[in-house]
Design a protein around this ligand. Sequence first.
Ligand SMILES: *[C@@H]1O[C@H](CO)[C@@H](O)[C@H](O)[C@H]1NC(C)=O
Ligand SMILES: *[C@@H]1O[C@H](CO)[C@@H](O)[C@H](O)[C@H]1NC(C)=O
Ligand SMILES: *[C@@H]1O[C@H](CO)[C@@H](O)[C@H](O)[C@H]1NC(C)=O
Ligand SMILES: *[C@@H]1O[C@H](CO)[C@@H](O)[C@H](O)[C@H]1NC(C)=O
Length: 549
Amino acid sequence: SYMNWISEVDPHSPSMAQCVTKVELSISCENLIDKDVGSKSDPLCVLLQNVGGDQWAELDRTEKIKNCQKPEFSKKLLIDYYFEKVQKLKFGVYDIDNKSYDLNDDDYLGGVECTLGQIVSSKTLTRPLELKKGKPAGKGNITISAEEIKDTRVVSLDIEAQNLDKKDFLGKSDPFLELYKQSEGGKWQLVYRSEVIKNNLNPCWRKFSVPLQTFCGGDFNKPIKVHCTDYDSDGSHDLIGSFETNLSQLQKAGGSSLVEFECIHPGKKQKKKSYKNSGIVRIKSCKIETDYSFLDYIMGGCQINFTVGIDFTGSNGDPKSPDSLHYISPNGINEYLTAIWSVGNVIQDYDTDKLFPAFGFGAQVPPNWQVSHEFALNFNPNNPYCQGIQGIVDAYRQALPQLRLYGPTNFSPIINHVARFAAQSAQQGTATQYYVLLIITDGEITDLDQTRQAIVNASKLPMSVIIVGVGNADFKAMEFLDGDDGVLRSVTGEPAARDIVQFVPFRQFQKAPREALSQTVLAEVPKQLVSYYKMQGWAPVKLPGAKQE
Ligand SMILES: *[C@@H]1O[C@H](CO)[C@@H](O)[C@H](O)[C@H]1NC(C)=O
Ligand SMILES: *[C@@H]1O[C@H](CO)[C@@H](O)[C@H](O)[C@H]1NC(C)=O
Ligand SMILES: *[C@@H]1O[C@H](CO)[C@@H](O)[C@H](O)[C@H]1NC(C)=O
Ligand SMILES: *[C@@H]1O[C@H](CO)[C@@H](O)[C@H](O)[C@H]1NC(C)=O
C-alpha cells in the first residue's frame, strides 16, 4: 500500500523529525602497526554504529590506501546526527590484503570507540588505537574531525591534463589528482583523490562530485591546491606539479571558455632557468549541482509502496510440529511473526492508509493445490491488501492451516511481481513512488540464478528488497545477494546498477532490543531510494521548502 512518510516528518511529530543534521567525519591515522611482510600495510577505516546490545552495523567506510602507515583518507564518513540519542561509534582500521570485503579475513590494525557527541563537541578528536580494550596498537593513533553538512550542493568537476612530465624510468607516468582546501590554520586538507590513470601523459580523469561543504566550506574564494602526482605501487609517489586556484575561478570553465593551469614542480622551477611547466591541467567543466536527501524526496511527495513476502516452503518444517519455524508457540509467536511485527511496527508509522499487500510463496495452495510462488496471503489476488500489521498477522494465521508447505524456494517470482509495478510507476518519470519488498525466509534459496537476474533488473527500478533470514540455515547465498560485498552480477555477467538488497539474519538479533532488527533492516532504504533518483536525475516532485498538506 502507499506509505507517505511526509505525515511523519512534520516537526510536531516525534518520529523522524529529530534527525538534526548530517555530519561528515574525516579520518587520518599515524604510526599504524605493520602487518604485511616486506611492505607496509594497506589500511582502510570502517565506521560502525551500535544498534543495541552488542550489535554493530556498518555505516560507511573509507577507501583503501596502499602501502601507508600514515593514511589521510579522502572519502569522508557520513552519519546522521541525532541530538537525543547516544550514538555509540566504533572506528576500525584494517589492513586489506586482497579483494575480499569480509573484514574477518583481514588484519586488524586497531580501533577506537567513542560517541558522536564526543566528536562533534570537540570537533577534532585524536585517540590512541587499541587492539582490544586496554591493549594499545603500538604507537598508532587516529584523528577524527567532524563537519556539519548544512548544504546539499555538490561541485562536479571534469578534468584532463596534457603534456605531463614523464616520471617513470620504463613507462610514461601514472598520474592522479589530489585536491586540497586551505583550512583555518592554513593547513591543506585533502578533499578529493582521483583514480590513477596508467601510463598516460595526457590523462582524462573520471568526472567526480564533492559536496560543496567538503570542497571549500561553501566559500567560493577559499584557496584550493591541486596536486598532480605519479603513482608508485610501493607508496613512493612523485609529484609532477601543482597549482592553486579557487572555486570562483574553476567555475568559469565550460562551454567555449577554457580554464587551464600550468602544473609547476617547485624543485624543477628552482633548478632550471628555462623551466616552463610540467604539463597543463584543463578544467573541462565545473558545475554546482544540488544533491537531494531522502527527506527532500519524502517531503517532496514521494510515496513508498511496502509489500511483504513470506516463505512457506517445506524446509521450514511441519507447522504443527514445535520444531517448525512456522510453529506458533502457545504464547502466539514464532520467528516469522516476530519479524513481521518488529519491521512492520516501524513501517506502519509511515503509512497513511496502513494497507499492505502480503504474499506467500513455496506452498501448495487451495483449492487446486498447485504450487504457487506468489499467492495473496488472504487468497484474494484482486485485493491482496491487509489492514495494518495486525491484518498481515491475521491473514498469516488463517492461511497457515490451509496451506501445504512445499517447495522449491523461489524468490524471483515475487521480486518480479513487485518489479512490474515499479516499472509501471517509473514510466511516469517522476520521483513519486518507491517500492520496498520485505521477504522473510528460512534461506534455502533454489532459484539463485533467476533471483540474481531479477535483482539486477530491479536495480534499474525504484525498488529495494529487504530479506530477513529466520532459522539456522546457511545464509551464504543471501549474503551474496546483498551487494555490500562488491557488485552483484547476473549469470550473464550484467552488473546491478546499484545495491538494492539488504539481508539480515534474524537470529543475530534475538537478544538485541526490539528496535535493533528494524533499524538495521531499514537502514539502507533511504540511501537506496536516493541512489535511484540520483541515477535517473529526478529531482523531488516538490522542491525542498514546499510542504505538502
Ligand atoms: C583473502 O585472504 C584470505 C586469507 O588471508 C582468504 O581466506 C580469502 O579467501 C581471500 N579472499 C580473496 C577474495 O582472495
Ligand atoms: C582565485 O584564483 C585565481 C587563480 O586561479 C586568482 O587569480 C584569484 O585572485 C583568486 N581569487 C581570490 C579571491 O583569491
Ligand atoms: C503496490 O505494490 C503491490 C505489489 O507489490 C501492488 O499490488 C499494488 O497495487 C501497488 N500499489 C500501488 C499504488 O502501486
Ligand atoms: C530482465 O532484463 C533482461 C534484459 O536485461 C530481460 O531479457 C529479462 O526478460 C528481464 N527479466 C524480467 C523478469 O523482467
